[in-house]
Design a binder for this molecule. Structure first.
Ligand code: FPP
Length: 245
């Protein structure tokens, strides 16, 4: 439970020297479609721009010492979109993974995928397996990409896994071990760009005490500066976890 490097607890944006970097940042990458529509471009162009933003933001997170970045790339509800749009997102993921595998020894980013991967193509699943296997040895920064992910589905899956395990005990901590995010600390900060102010089935279990940050900026326009701003706001908040300070 940290507020800043020097225990700053007051409201108001702390001085840069007092800023703490959240350990785990999670992002709902929303607004790609609207970004494209406002430019008279096809939605696919918005997703391509969104994938670029993801690359930039992930690199920046690593450079400022964020340990975990979790992004929502495709929800269990996103299958309702036209098949062409689903294909574009899956192709962008494939492209990103091929690149990431090529640069892995240089970038040394651990990558994990949260979600029901059984519905994905053989090619994408093979790339995911390869990415996770090669990057398992890295221990600096971890990027978690949620694909075919839904928070309620994750909780139900955890409940079934616990039931089938026959384990008699169930605590908050033990249940967390059945989540896709087992072993990953809960997000400190959840960011949603793209004008909407809802959680949309993202990390429902893990975000119980996360600070939420909403911005109208559409995801393709989201910059490292905007992330700095979100972190400043995060640092100005008191995290009480239901207690008093
Ligand atoms: C939400 O915007 C975005 C998505 C459903 C897809 C996100 C996918 C990417 C950023 C590309 C692939 C990801 C990686 C990690 C390489 P929206 O389409 O709902 O936008 P709208 O609400 O404006 O229509």
């Amino acid at each position: 439970m940290k507020f800043s490097l020097f225990g700053h607890k007051k409201r108001g944006v702390p001085e840069p020297s007092e800023r703490a970097v959240p350990r785990h940042v999670a992002i709902i990458m929303d607004g790609n479609g609207r970004w494209a529509a406002r430019r008279g471009l096809p939605r696919s162009a918005g997703h391509a721009a969104g994938a670029e933003t993801f690359r930039r933001v992930a690199t920046y997170c690593k450079s400022i010492g964020i340990e975990y970045l979790t992004v929502y790339a495709f929800s269990t509800e996103n299958w309702k979109r036209p098949p062409e749009e689903v294909d574009v997102i899956m192709e962008l993921l494939e492209k990103y993974l091929i690149e990431a595998i090529g640069k892995m020894e240089r970038d040394r980013v651990k990558m994990k995928f949260f979600g029901d991967l059984s519905a994905l193509s053989d090619k994408l699943r093979a790339l995911i397996r390869e990415t996770e296997e090669i990057s398992a040895k890295f221990d600096g920064v971890q990027v978690n990409i949620c694909v075919n992910y839904g928070g309620r589905g994750e909780i139900l899956r955890a409940a079934r896994l616990w039931r089938d395990s026959g384990a008699p005990e169930l605590t908050d901590e033990l249940f967390g071990g059945y989540m896709y995010s087992a072993g990953v600390p809960d997000p400190d900060l959840v960011i949603r760009p793209g004008e909407e102010t809802r959680v949309s089935n993202f990390l429902l279990w893990q975000s119980a005490y996360s600070e939420l940050y909403f911005t109208d900026t559409l995801w393709p326009d989201f910059t490292p500066r905007e992330l700095d701003k979100a972190i400043s706001v995060y640092n100005s908040r008191e995290r009480r976890y239901g207690g008093v300070l």
